[in-house]
Design a protein around this ligand. Structure first.
Ligand code: GDP
Ligand code: MG
Length: 330
């Protein structure tokens, strides 16, 4: 494993793939890998791409990857989409696919397995992103379906989050229903070749003006009531951009906006604010996980079940049950 870690650090695709498989399958392995690689992480720009199924996320991610490759940036892609497995390159355009086959180590695509708990999935995704970061990828694109809390957590761990909409996906804006508009740094109306695109753009812009964010984020935090004084360069105005992923329209402009957001985070204290927020969540999640694991070792499944049954039967109140569980862990 130490050998693979060294090779992954040098950017060797086979070693990276093996490490990700290891960390997906074992929390002990994930721990060893992240401990070893953490000092080399923190350089990559992590971009979350989320939105309803069928909005064109995978197609868009492919186009973005190609555009960043043209700038000679190394791009890692993690797809967390249980409904549509990423076929590891089959969707990529010829140019990139050929370079990939020819041993281009500048692009790496990985679909994360959806087996196990969603918590496990977010842990594995975070660890996989660290492997790619340490391996020297400049950009890490993480595709998630904007459906559940775990996906929102994954996207929320990014420096820059793109929320993808498509026209004609129902009268209501899907993302607003799912509550993922709140995590957007950039709103993308994909399938701009379809009827209704202009209307979708308009309603998103209206939502941004009326919504809780007022269309801006201050140092990575949402401003509830922006005043004119706060409209300065430290405030990110959430843009709404149109793309046609199937023919590349709007992709270069989107790449520029993603880069502008990175520059904005770097110029303000936004980058550190997001890293701190991500670190806070990560430590808390790991702590909860380790705590539960320790509890499960200290108290047998039978004993835990007996306690729960007693609470259900009103023989014991839940607080006393927790007191007992805590007591057994000392
Ligand atoms: N007309 C049109 N179709 C698109 C566009 N982007 C993606 N699609 C198509 O929409 C379908 C779903 O795309 P996919 O990338 O798999 O969506 P995902 O589920 O969000 O990852 C595919 O058939 C794509 O070819 C676009 O800009 N315009
Ligand atoms: Mg997809």
């Amino acid at each position: 494993m130490i050998d693979w870690i060294d090779k992954a650090r040098q950017g060797q695709p086979r070693a990276i793939a093996r490490l990700i498989t290891r960390l997906e399958n074992s929390d002990e392995a994930a721990q060893q890998i992240v401990k070893a690689l953490y000092p080399q992480t923190g350089q990559a720009h992590i971009v979350g791409v989320t939105g309803a199924p069928g909005s064109g996320k995978s197609t868009l991610v492919n186009e973005l990857a190609k555009a960043f490759r043209r700038q000679d940036k190394r791009v890692g892609i993690i797809a967390v989409d249980p409904s549509s497995p990423f076929t590891g390159g089959a969707l990529l355009g010829d140019r990139v696919r050929m370079r990939d086959l020819a041993g281009d180590s500048g692009i790496f695509i990985r679909s994360m397995a959806s087996r196990g708990s969603l918590g496990g999935l977010s842990r594995a995704t975070a660890a996989a992103a660290k492997v790619l970061d340490a391996a020297g990828f400049d950009l890490i694109l993480i595709e998630t379906v904007g459906a559940g809390q775990a996906e929102v957590d994954i996207a929320g761990a990014a420096h820059t989050t793109l929320v993808i909409e498509a026209p004609g996906m129902g009268d209501d804006i899907q993302s607003i229903k799912a509550g993922i508009l709140e995590i957007a740094d950039i709103l993308v109306v994909n399938k701009a070749d379809r009827p209704g695109a202009a209307r979708t753009v308009r309603s998103l812009k209206t939502m941004l003006q009326l919504g809780p964010t007022g269309g801006t984020r201050h140092h990575g935090r949402i401003i509830t009531t922006p005043t004119p004084a706060e409209v300065d360069e430290s405030v990110w105005q959430i843009p709404v951009q149109e793309t046609v992923s199937t023919d590349g329209t709007g992709i270069e402009a989107l790449v520029d906006t993603i880069e502008a957001h990175r520059a904005h985070l770097r110029a303000t204290d936004g980058w550190l604010a997001r890293e701190k927020e991500r670190s806070r969540r990560e430590v808390r999640t790991l702590l909860q996980y380790r705590f539960m694991a320790r509890l499960e070792t200290a108290v047998s499944a039978n004993d835990r079940d007996e306690l729960i049954t007693a609470v259900a039967r009103r023989e014991l109140d839940p607080y006393t049950a927790v007191d007992k569980l805590f007591g057994s862990m000392k």
